[in-house]
Design a protein around this ligand. Sequence first.
Ligand SMILES: NC(=O)c1ccc[n+]([C@@H]2O[C@H](COP(=O)([O-])OP(=O)(O)OC[C@H]3O[C@@H](n4cnc5c(N)ncnc54)[C@H](OP(=O)(O)O)[C@@H]3O)[C@@H](O)[C@H]2O)c1
Length: 248
Amino acid sequence: MEAKKGIQGKVVAITGASSGIGEAIAILLAAHGAKVVLGARRKDKLEQLAEKITQSGGAVTYMEMNVKSREDVTGLVALAEQQFGKMDVLINNAGIAQLSRVEDLDVAGWEEMIDINLKGVLYGIAAALPVFKQQGFGHIINIISVAGIKIVPLMGVYAGTKNAVRTISEALRQESDGRWRVTGISPGFVQTPFSDHITNESMKTAIQQKAEEIAIPAEAIAHAVVYAMEQPDSVDVGDIVVRPAKQD
Ligand SMILES: NC(=O)c1ccc[n+]([C@@H]2O[C@H](COP(=O)([O-])OP(=O)(O)OC[C@H]3O[C@@H](n4cnc5c(N)ncnc54)[C@H](OP(=O)(O)O)[C@@H]3O)[C@@H](O)[C@H]2O)c1
């Protein structure tokens, strides 16, 4: 694949890069000439992905990190700067879903989603903004979810964490006054191992069946990232929704 204007040479840090959407974004951006900085908890997966990108001629580094830790998220951004001298884009992609009825009171699941899906993104913003201010440019891309647009039972708290990110992103965009760009990408059903981690077995089975029927490849989300990134600095792509043509 050829280097692409608006992508080539950009330094992009990605959380949750060891799997699914994050992995697909890393592969596509590296193929277009971006320098990618990968973060996730599973170091072996990151190592394998970095090897694959290197073998294809891409520029990559990685770090084992947990978005629950502010120090780790700050460390990922610092790695981008140390290794490649700047950070053009931070992609807050790491996320999990524990789906159940609110009345089931899965408080541990709620806390996990708030810590990863919401606080993890805030830690990313906190790490990136000082760098963006110093550089005079930057771009935050948050991977949100269609679950926050079409509200359905059993996804209330998950959707809540995603919509908190949507709301905060819009304020951040308005506050930027052109100093940085903010994009939210909301995927529908995507073919990834995302539902493997759902502990509610009936919900896991239902989601997996639906995904088997209609889910789209993770590359579809990566292409939306490319579109948002390749626009001129004066153009902010706000919200993009990418879902299967067959999704309700
Ligand atoms: N798949 C879908 O249908 C779908 C739809 C809408 C939105 N999304 C969103 O898309 C994003 C990516 O999900 P996916 O579908 O690609 O699922 P996935 O394949 O399960 O990937 C999730 C990624 O997040 C990482 N992660 C999870 N907890 C983490 C933590 N505490 N610290 C650091 N990294 C962590 C995982 O890596 P480690 O386990 O190695 O840490 C993994 O790389 C999520 O935000 C999800 O909410 C997915």
